[in-house]
Design a protein. Structure first.
Length: 272
């Protein structure tokens, strides 16, 4: 499993996660990507051949995955395929986040049903999809999840965090909620780090990942970790991380072919 934290506050909407993918008794892998950007492009009905390549809206949505890596990444790939290719058919088409999510749900359900037929409940996942809603003119978040019943599994979606708040998903949820309850001033990255370092959940680990909505678009960022002393007065050490890359690996970008990642950083102060 994993730990994904979604937050809405005065600064906007963010997704944060760890980078561990677990394989049961076989061990784990700490270079998983769990937060993604997904282009969303919307066309209207084509009135001429020239309209085929015209988009009325082009936005970047944000995606976070929880649970079975096979399920989550297959659904993610499906979403990445369909969202840049949406066309509304009439003036009655629902182009809100809810309407878009109804379309995504079909793919989420199809993938999940076939995988669970082979893998059982270990093939289940949850997906968080965030995007700027062109109807309500604000960022909205939708959760896709399995509704597990005694004799069947249904697949649903719901809007979450319409107001300020923080929500936790994945196997690390219980410990993360406990950490937050003890200190509600902590931000998602501080909570994530405490869960990772506690080793309370063996399925949560590796580096931290972060994505934020800036205006209408979602952007992935690196994480600058300022490790403070026990009193929180001075910085003992600073680590620069981008997904699963750490500072010394980033130095490789200064060598041929001289190419680097372009996204910025989110800073977090870590107190022991």
């Amino acid at each position: 499993m994993t730990l994904v934290i979604a937050q809405r506050n005065d600064k906007g909407v963010s997704f944060s996660s760890d980078s561990r993918i677990s394989f049961g008794e076989a061990g784990f892998f700490d270079k998983g990507i769990k937060i993604f950007t997904v282009p969303f492009k919307l066309k209207g009905p084509a009135k001429s051949r020239d309209d085929f390549n015209k988009y009325e809206h082009e936005l970047i949505y944000g995606l976070a995955v929880v649970g079975s890596s096979i399920n989550a990444n297959t659904v993610k790939d499906s979403i990445a395929e369909i969202l840049p290719n949406v066309t509304y058919l009439t003036n009655m088409s629902d182009v809100s986040i809810i309407g878009i999510s109804s379309l995504v749900l079909k793919y989420y359900r199809e993938v999940s049903q076939e995988l669970t037929a082979v893998l059982g409940k270990t093939g289940l996942s949850e997906i968080l999809l965030g995007g700027y809603c062109i109807v309500e003119k604000r960022v909205r978040i939708v959760r896709f999840y399995p509704d597990i019943k005694e004799d069947q599994v249904d697949y649903q979606f719901e809007e979450i965090l319409p107001e300020h708040g923080m929500m936790f998903f994945g196997s690390g949820k219980a410990y993360a909620e406990q950490v937050f309850k003890e200190n509600e001033t902590l931000d998602p990255l501080q909570i994530l780090k405490k869960v990772i370092e506690s080793k309370a959940d063996a399925a949560v680990g590796g580096n931290m990942q972060r994505g934020n909505f800036y205006g209408e678009n979602f952007e992935i960022s690196g994480v600058v970790e300022d490790q403070l002393d026990e009193k929180g007065n001075s910085i003992k050490k600073t680590n620069y991380r981008r997904a699963f890359l750490v500072e010394n690996e980033i130095e490789e970008f200064k060598k041929p072919p001289y190419l680097a990642l372009t996204y910025g950083y989110t800073s977090v102060k870590l107190i022991p």
